[in-house]
Design a protein around this ligand. Structure first.
Ligand code: PLP
Length: 365
């Protein structure tokens, strides 16, 4: 039996009429740019995260870009992040003219290790960008405490973590600003690109709202040099249709993860480690295994899809070679890149599919 890594069509099928109706409504009213659905979605996401402001933008990447820009990050500044994430977590720092400073991760959670932060901070450090990788929050209390002590901002990359919790608080509400992505493969995905910045800070919210419309509050009056980065009304409408099902889909992922945890225990591989402070929403169910590439070949030969997120850490990427890092500099990120693989965990998986994945894994050993 072939098992895909993700099947979005299966997620949409039972709610297709609701999505179609939402799209038709936008085509009828014609308010494609910052229409009523965008405002409504912003209110819903703000409520979900327990924050004052949510601002729809064109992508998760732009959410990070605009949030950092609003925090004042620019040329001469440094921003600290982990070297193990999707490319956008680091590229936005460079694109703002600032310098990314990479610190190592905790090898159990793959999240930024707060113990390694302090030595990376200096007078140029403007912000810390923790990533809630795979759907589990980073050690935010420790990170925020260090940032507060040094008077620097914390922008959460919560692209993989919508609705997840840390000590009972929602991802995105833990730092100065939080950034979400609605890329189709994310836990809450739209029909293209989309993103959102959330914050409790009125000034940051004001600035992000200006930045997304060319840097002004009033048409043709520009206070700062901004962007064209709005969440499309059509995408907001699709997201509004899908949002009521997010909890159910997350529960499905958590059920599948719990099944794997149990079925794979005792095998020579490492199942996801969940911090006692976190509620994991399993954007990815990522295991670590020594003969990773042979393992992937075995899965492939048995029609089980899997994927390595992420095979090359930032400090070893060609585009960041001018930062002067070398192999061996950030060992846990390198170890993660060499040993992790993510398994199918999407909420619509059948029991037969789950069982098949486990059987194929067992047959590898
Ligand atoms: C997906 C993702 C992004 C970028 O989001 P886009 O909507 O694709 O621009 C940023 N950071 C992380 C951790 C992601 O997973």
């Amino acid at each position: 039996m072939a098992v895909p890594l993700l099947d979005i069509k299966r997620q949409h099928a039972p709610i297709r009429e609701e999505i179609d109706a939402a799209v038709a409504k936008v085509l009828d009213h014609g308010l494609f740019i910052l229409g009523p659905e965008v405002k409504q979605l912003e209110e819903e996401i703000a409520k979900l995260c327990g924050v004052k402001h949510a601002i729809g933008v064109a992508s998760g990447t732009d959410a990070l870009m605009l949030a950092l820009h609003a925090c004042g990050v620019g040329p001469g500044d440094e921003v600290i992040t982990s070297a193990f994430s999707f490319f956008a977590s680091a590229s936005v720092i460079s694109r703002l003219g600032a310098k990314p400073v990479f610190v190592d991760i905790d090898i159990d959670t793959y999240n930024l290790d707060p113990g390694k932060l302090e030595t990376a901070i200096n007078s140029r450090t403007k912000a810390i960008l923790p990533i809630h990788i795979f759907g589990q929050c980073a050690a935010m209390d420790e990170i925020v405490a260090i940032a507060t002590r040094h008077n620097i901002k914390v922008v959460e990359d919560a692209a993989q973590a919508i609705g997840t919790e840390y000590k009972g608080k929602k991802a995105g509400s833990l730092g100065d600003a939080g950034c979400f992505s609605f890329f189709p493969t994310k836990n809450l995905g739209c029909g293209g690109d989309g993103g959102m910045v959330v914050t409790n800070n009125d000034e940051l919210a004001d600035m992000v709202r200006m930045l997304r419309v060319h840097g002004g509050k009033f048409e043709y009056l520009h206070e700062v040099i901004g962007y064209n980065s709005r969440l499309d009304t059509l995408q907001a409408a699709i997201l509004l249709a899908k949002l009521p099902y997010l909890t159910q889909w997350t529960d499905g992922r958590r059920t599948n993860a719990a099944y794997y945890d149990k079925a794979l225990s005792g095998l020579p591989l490492k199942t996801p480690v969940v911090s006692k402070d976190a509620r994991h929403i399993y954007h990815q169910y990522t295991i670590a295994i020594e003969k990773r590439d042979d393992f992937i070949e075995h899965l492939k030969a048995n029609n089980i899809s899997s994927k390595v997120y992420y095979p090359v850490p930032f400090h070893l990427q060609k585009c960041f070679s001018d930062l002067g890092y070398h192999l061996g500099d950030i060992p846990n990120c390198e170890q993660a890149s060499n040993t992790v693989v993510s398994l199918p965990v999407f909420g619509e998986m059948t029991e037969a599919e789950r069982t098949e994945v486990v059987e194929v894994i067992k047959s590898f050993f």
